[in-house]
Design a protein around this ligand. Structure first.
Ligand code: KG4
Ligand code: ZN
Length: 357
């Protein structure tokens, strides 16, 4: 198979990103350029992402980033085989900016357009960075999602479990806010947890020990809020205690998924657990899951932190995988605020307008 060169755009949340990757499935691929502008500063005063500010910023920044992505990769437009962009899920204004830009480029350059599910971008990153083979077990932990899935192919995702309330990154961000730490919360909570005592505060671990692979984090967040309202809190200890509770929950649910994956894919003798999404950048979570995976005879693959948090290289790669299968999307493909991964098969890429997206 021919080596492909794909431009990817990512604008679904508060990172404006453009990247060019080159390679062929199953990877690994070469990241020729990877431009990411994080709008953290613009949103920090509000303690979270303000959609209107995000879309405006994407609009202002994206064009320049695309030019930089091209020049840093030392490429001309002719070297690009297709343009990929996140088509959802995410904040709809932002998704529209990236997808519309990709459509304009595709039209102007007569290049194919590939509409990419943002979550597929996270899911397939381990193929871009490490060439992980299908099928693999995926723990997707980001600001908007917390799911366990079997990834059987580029477009074949089988949901094992998902959060019933908050996403795990959201729990980190809300905990940070309660504790007075700056946005985004995850990296700050992790940094403070390093100096804290994880046993200092007894926090709940919802669903722990119960059958199933679903998650729940809202009770944990509420417990942190109650603790904080009592005053006199040691922030380092609170962060460490919170993170330890998260790790226990992730470990418990993932363990059951490892067992189910074994049963579902018995022919896969050395399977992989892939941890993806922004929260996968957390080193303490990564090493806890590594122990767990090893005990169950799984390889573990956690992409480098820069490719765990939102970026466009993962979108370019997911586009590359779809393109390699001969898939293209029409110029009227719709942006979607919601787009579950386990339904991201053919039907959703056919260009039909989706209502209630
Ligand atoms: O994947 P991502 O960049 O955006 C979404 O698609 O949601 O994930 C962002 C989330 C945020 O909630 C952020 O706090 C969390 O990932 N995060 C972390 C860490 N780095 C980022 N959470 C815990 N520890 C970290 N080191
Ligand atoms: Zn993401």
């Amino acid at each position: 198979m021919k080596t492909l060169t794909i431009l990817g755009l990512e604008t679904s949340c508060d990172e404006t990103a453009a990247a060019i990757v080159r390679g062929r499935p199953p990877g690994p691929g070469a990241i020729l350029s990877n431009i990411v502008f994080s709008q953290n500063e613009a949103h920090a005063p509000y303690g979270g992402v303000v959609p209107e500010i995000a879309s405006r910023a994407h609009l202002e920044i994206l064009d320049g980033e695309i030019e930089r992505a091209l020049s840093e990769a030392n490429l001309a437009w002719n070297d690009i085989d297709a343009v990929a962009a996140t088509a959802g899920p995410g904040l709809i204004g932002g998704v529209m900016v990236g997808l519309t830009t990709a459509k304009a480029l595709a039209l102007g350059l007569t290049k194919p357009l590939i509409a990419v599910n943002h979550l597929a971008g996270h899911a397939l990153t381990a193929r871009l960075t490490a060439g992980v083979a299908f099928p693999f077990l995926l723990l997707l932990v980001s600001g908007g999602h917390c799911q366990l899935l079997a990834v059987a192919d580029v477009d074949d995702y089988r949901l094992y479990g998902a959060t019933m309330d908050d996403a795990v990154g959201e729990a980190f961000d809300k905990t940070a806010k309660i504790l007075g730490l700056p946005y985004p919360g995850g990296p700050n909570v992790e940094a403070r947890a390093r100096h804290g005592n994880a046993k200092a505060y007894a926090l709940p671990r919802p669903l722990l020990g119960r059958d199933g692979m679903d998650f729940s984090f809202s009770g944990l967040k509420t417990a942190v809020r109650q603790l904080a309202s009592q005053g006199g809190l040691n922030v380092d200890d609170a962060c460490a205690s919170f993170q330890a509770a998260v790790i226990d929950i992730l470990r418990d649910r993932t363990q059951q998924a490892l067992v189910k994956f074994r049963a579902d894919f018995p022919e896969n003798t050395r399977p992989s657990l892939v941890v993806a999404g922004g929260v996968a950048a957390n080193q303490a979570i990564g090493s806890a899951l590594k122990d767990l995976a090893q005990r169950h005879g799984f390889e573990i693959s956690v992409p480098p932190p820069a490719y765990c948090t939102d970026n466009a290289a993962m979108i370019a790669w997911a586009g590359l995988e779809r393109f390699a299968l001969g898939k293209r999307d029409p110029l009227d493909v719709s942006p979607r605020a919601r787009w579950p991964l386990h339904a991201s098969g053919e039907g959703n890429h056919s260009g039909q307008r989706q209502n209630g997206a």
